[in-house]
Design a protein around this ligand. Structure first.
Ligand code: BGC
Length: 728
């Protein structure tokens, strides 16, 4: 504080003490003195004004964490102020800058169990991406943001947008699929609306943290062009939509340098080229240096102060880190606080709006469920059906959730644990007490619905044989800090499904998975429904889809391969011995050909293509016209079936030869709601960036001149309409 404002403060305190003015008028007067408290100024102006008042120590305090609650290895003197969350950064009380009280919140607020609180579990982020719906992504973010605030947090660590380049990645459920436009749009809208609740937003893990195997040291090798057109593009789109206060740099190395000291990704791309003005926060214990990280663009070390605490202060004193760099880091943290509204409106603890959370969680899940197969008209289930066998997947008591730092704790504890054994580990398989059996019984009161655990195959088969319909609930659990050895269903579930399907031709498989799975039994079952990790109201959403109260609309945000041998990396490269950890490298030679692009480039047929999803009605596409100047495409979609439905109409582009690209790209989509027999003209505007290529020598995006083939349809492998867009 400068001398003038200090003497004004003293004078005001004197007037209160003498009873001449009230404390309230002091606050008003104080804000007049604290020019940065003027909400009419821009976040940049406010950050600059307050920065000028700060001492070096106050600035440095913004640049590191103070431990992590509920974690004995990461404890510091101020950890108790973290409100039970993942991190705490001191504010500057005398200047009205609140501390950052940080929680994980990928699909809901973490650690409500140990903190004695409640949080809604939204469907997994991958599930939400299957809705292809910015509006429901926004509603998703609003719920999480408001629950963070109610719990006393003002910063989220959600916002995972890493591409599903490696579908066995244990965090695939936390991300939004394999396409940069879809993932960036969904994640960006989610975080935009979350931050609008006045919590500092975050997009993570920047970048190429595409597998968990060896995540703390793996070196991802990829060309600049390839990363720009794939993983970085997803980040750029999400950041452009959300304007998050923070971006979290990742554990892994990228072309040799760690994500949190990588001057290419942080300084050159994120801050210089994209103009990101918020701060870069390290992933937890992902900081490896002081000078190098600071110069590369890391602004805040978490959760400790090993490199950005005393060592940073020493480096400043010795002139190894310029003061201008410290100012830049601190200014960014302050900017994020003003931008997100946490200075003007710090969190006040309150009761989480449980009903609202459940309502939104159900609505989002209803849009996220993907109908993958439906033959013999088994779905929707008709009221007159006499008997249903529900088999496996703990469907009597609950539905599965994804683990790790994303884990949301279920009310009452894990549904499959004996009462009283409440303690959970971050890699336990956690089942929410959301019983699909009960939800279906409520929807079909006149049907005999019985359950068999599926553990004893004979008993499951016998129930299936004597029932009109069999529904097998199959699960695949994934979590942070692990990758799947394969995409097969675990625990003998393939055999269970085969045997049930062998005795009941009307077998439906409901999948609760965090990523793609292989389905050796696909031809033998009548229907397959992908419910993902369905969240706090997933059972109700699922029952609504199964009985036809809700017509499914979801489409896959990730390709389901026939087998791992079709993946760019049939196996995840094995790790070297521990003493050679730093030699661990993964070569992303497939470059930008992630997911469906890889299958097209290599002419391989997937099991289910990106963008695929059925409905209880049918649609027909016609009449494509392309406006090259405006970069818009128009076409008609008609509902040719008997039920109202919403079709996600997808637009792809193949670039001219000069772009040297052997696959099409998703360039836009639209959700179209149609009554039976109705037809609508749909217009999709193409964002020019998704048509461009990145030139590494000039570090610029360009249009490859020539004709772009535009194809439109219901999925990446079903595009009946073809047109041309020219760029010259
Ligand atoms: C994860 C981050 C998370 C952080 C704090 C790390 O292990 O990679 O996603 O936000 O922990 O819990």
């Amino acid at each position: 504080m400068n001398n003038r404002s200090l003497s004004s403060q003293l004078f005001l305190s004197l007037l209160v003490a003498m009873g001449i003015i009230s404390a309230t008028s002091v606050l008003v007067a104080q804000d007049a003195v604290r020019s940065w408290m003027n909400p009419k100024l821009s976040p940049q102006e406010r950050a600059e004004l307050v920065l000028k008042q700060m001492t070096l120590d106050e600035k440095l305090a913004l640049l590191h964490g103070n431990g992590m609650a509920n974690n004995p290895t990461w404890t510091m003197p101020l950890t108790h102020l973290a409100n039970g969350g993942a991190g705490y950064v001191e504010g500057v009380e005398r200047l009205g800058i609140p501390p950052l009280i940080i929680s994980d919140a990928a699909y809901g607020v973490r650690d409500s169990g140990v903190n004695g609180r409640y949080a809604t579990a939204m469907p997994s982020n991958l599930g939400a991406a299957s809705a292809w719906d910015p509006e429901s992504a926004c509603a998703y973010g609003e719920v999480i943001g408001s629950e963070l605030r109610a719990q006393g947090f003002d910063m989220t660590l959600g916002g995972g947008v890493n591409l599903a380049r490696e579908p066995r990645n244990g965090r695939t459920f936390e991300y939004a699929g394999e396409d940069p436009l879809l993932a960036g749009t969904i994640d960006g809208n989610m975080m935009k609306c979350e931050q609008a609740q006045h919590v500092v937003g975050d997009i993570k893990h920047y970048a190429l943290n595409d597998q968990e195997t060896g995540r703390n040291f793996v070196n991802a090798i990829i060309s600049n062009r390839a990363m720009q057109e794939s993983d970085l593009l997803a980040f750029h789109i999400a950041i452009s939509i959300a304007h998050p206060g923070a971006v979290m740099c990742s554990y892994n190395r990228i072309n040799g340098d760690y994500g949190c000291e990588n001057s290419y990704t942080l300084r050159d791309v994120l801050k210089r080229d994209w103009g990101f003005q918020g701060f870069v926060i390290s992933d937890w214990a992902a900081t490896h240096s002081t000078e190098k990280a600071s110069a590369a663009g890391l602004d805040q070390e978490e959760p400790m102060a090993d490199y950005f605490g005393p060592k940073l202060k020493e480096a400043v004193a010795a002139g190894r880190v310029p003061l201008s760099e410290i100012d830049d880091h601190a200014r960014r943290v302050l900017y994020a606080e003003f931008l997100s509204g946490v200075v003007d409106d710090p969190p006040r603890k309150s009761v989480v709006d449980v009903e609202k959370g459940l309502e939104v969680a159900q609505r989002v899940e209803e849009k996220s469920i993907v109908l993958l197969k439906n033959t013999r008209s088994v779905l929707p289930i008709i009221q007159s059906i006499h008997s249903i066998a529900i088999i496996g997947g703990h469907a009597d008591v609950g539905m599965l959730s994804g683990g790790g730092s994303a884990q949301v704790d279920p009310p009452g504890g894990n549904a499959i644990m004996p009462a009283g054994k409440g303690e959970t580990h971050w890699q336990d398989h956690i089942w929410f007490p959301t019983s699909p059996l009960k939800a279906l019984r409520a929807q079909l009161p006149n049907t005999k619905i019985e359950y068999d655990s599926g553990i004893d195959l004979k008993s499951a088969v016998s129930l299936a044989r004597s029932s009109d319909l069999a529904i097998v609930f199959a699960y695949q659990w994934i979590a942070e800090d692990m990758d799947l050895p394969s995409l097969s269903l675990p625990d003998n579930q393939d055999a269970l499904i085969e045997q049930v399907a062998a005795v009941n031709p009307r077998t439906i498989v409901v999948l609760e998975t965090g990523t793609a799975v292989t389905m050796p039994w696909l031809d033998k079952v009548a229907a397959v429904v992908e419910a993902w990790y369905a969240g706090s109201a997933g059972h109700k959403a699922l029952a609504n889809v199964l009985v036809g109260n809700v017509n499914p609309t979801g489409k896959l945000p990730i390709t389901f391969p026939k087998s791992e041998t079709d993946l760019p990396h049939p196996v995840i490269p094995p790790m070297p011995p521990q003493d050679q950890a730093l030699s661990y490298t993964v070569h992303y030679d497939e470059g930008p050909a992630v997911g469906y692009k890889w299958y097209e480039a290599k002419d391989k047929q997937p099991l289910f293509a990106f963008g695929f999803g059925l409905s209880y009605t049918s649609y027909a596409y016609s009449g494509l016209s392309v406006d090259s100047a405006a970069k818009t495409v128009r076409f008609s979609v008609a509902n040719t079936g008997k039920q109202t439905g919403t079709e996600i109409a997808e637009v792809y582009a193949r670039l001219p030869k000069s772009a040297d690209e052997s696959f099409k790209r998703l360039v836009g989509w639209n959700r179209v709601r149609l009554a039976p027999g109705e037809s609508q003209t749909v217009t999709v505007a193409i964002d020019p960036q998704v048509l461009q290529t990145y030139d590494d020598t000039t570090a610029r995006w360009n249009f490859a001149p020539g004709d772009y083939e535009i194809v439109v349809g219901a999925s990446s492998d079903n595009t009946p309409l073809t047109g041309s867009l020219s760029v010259h």
